[in-house]
Write a protein that binds this ligand. Structure first.
Ligand code: ATP
Length: 342
């Protein structure tokens, strides 16, 4: 069997003049938790719909486990999709919702009920089988939708912003749970999100989309620590992008670079730095105290500004506010700088 669960070869999907997906090459490996991350309109959902078979490429080919499925209808593909709006049948019980796929396949009732119980255990909803979807919370409904998709044992599970409708706390809980479930069942998950934190938390690898193209594919650490382009640097986490004259004053070269706010430190203006550091002088224009950490906006002498984030390990909100308006020297390790194209 092929090692790639999903393979895109030169896949494009154009709607008139709109290049929703533009000559994309992509490989998702068997058993991976793979995220498609990008802003609204970047082509993620169109890619997902083409894997599911709800949409077809204008050109190029899509393979599932080595088989060219470009022209196969959705029901002939071993994939299932979980949507943001759950799409549960409101008049059916949780049990019947989950068993629906098996009923279509004419699996016996006894068999169905056994598998439904296993699924309810997997998504941590034992005993909820007789409820109706309206008697569940948003997070519980999403788990039922997951169980309903997983009971068919698809080779690939497609998830389209499945946590988008949940509040922050529940979403964070479900992120951990979803990753956990994926590891237990070992099925390839392809997850669409515009939330970079979500992608970083759950994924084995992430593809970062921008305007119908993939700018980078990598592990969360690779994408975060080594952004390939300035788009990736600014979309995944916050980053300072520095170029031209400002870059030249700091590094000696006008090559564009990115530096993460948490890698920059604040010091007194006169502080001497070692040769392994870059430094820049400026004035603190703004201070935002955020409990765990504080965000500073520093206006550099001679133009440009940098965002700095420091944890409030010893400082209180009173301490950090006093920094506003003061002259500071910023410094960071040279090897934390990433030179980015585009
Ligand atoms: P979102 O996060 O908002 O769902 P996305 O990254 O998933 O965005 P897509 O839904 O794939 O983006 O859309 C990519 C582009 O293709 C957008 O410009 C969108 O307007 C366009 N598009 C998608 N479907 C159609 C369609 N059926 N007809 C015309 N244009 C479409």
């Amino acid at each position: 069997m092929s090692d790639s669960a999903v393979l895109f070869k030169n896949v494009s999907r154009h709607f008139g003049d709109v290049k929703a997906v533009d000559d994309v090459a992509l490989e998702v490996k068997d058993g991976e938790f793979f995220s498609m991350l990008g802003p609204s309109g970047s082509g993620k959902t169109t890619c997902l719909r083409m894997i599911a078979g709800f949409d077809r490429p204008t050109s190029g080919h899509i393979y599932l486990y080595g088989q060219d499925v470009s022209n196969l209808p959705p029901y002939e593909r071993s994939v299932n999709t979980v949507f943001q709006d759950y799409a549960l049948f409101p008049h059916m019980t949780v049990e019947d919702n989950i068993a629906y796929g098996l009923m279509i396949k004419k699996v016996s009732r006894a068999q169905r009920m056994k598998q439904v119980d296993d699924m309810l255990d997997l998504v941590r909803l034992p005993g909820f089988g007789h409820r109706k979807p309206s008697q569940l919370s948003g997070g519980q409904r999403q788990r039922v939708a997951l169980a309903r998709a997983l009971i068919n044992h698809p080779k690939v599970l497609l998830l389209d912003e499945p946590l988008g409708a949940l509040d922050l706390k529940l979403r964070q809980q479900m992120q951990v749970e979803l990753k956990n479930i994926q590891q237990r069942v070992g099925i390839t998950f392809v997850f669409v999100t515009h939330d970079q934190e979500e992608a970083l938390t759950m994924s084995d690898r992430i593809a970062v989309f921008n305007q119908g193209k993939i700018e980078q594919v990598g592990t969360p650490a690779e994408v975060y620590e080594h952004p390939a382009t300035s788009f990736v640097a600014s979309f995944v986490g916050t980053s300072n992008l520095v170029s031209g004259e400002v870059a030249k004053r700091i590094t000696g070269s006008d090559a564009r670079f990115s530096i993460r706010p948490e890698k920059i430190h604040l010091a007194a203006p006169s502080q001497q730095m070692g040769a392994e550091m870059f430094a820049a002088d400026g004035k603190v224009r703004d201070v935002v105290y955020l409990g765990l950490y504080t965000r500073y906006l520093v206006e550099l002498d001679g133009g440009g500004d940098l965002v700095v984030v420091e944890q409030n390990l010893k400082t209180t909100s009173m301490d950090v506010m006093k920094v506003r308006g003061q002259k500071v020297r910023l410094f960071w390790q040279k090897d934390h700088v990433r030179y980015v194209g585009g």
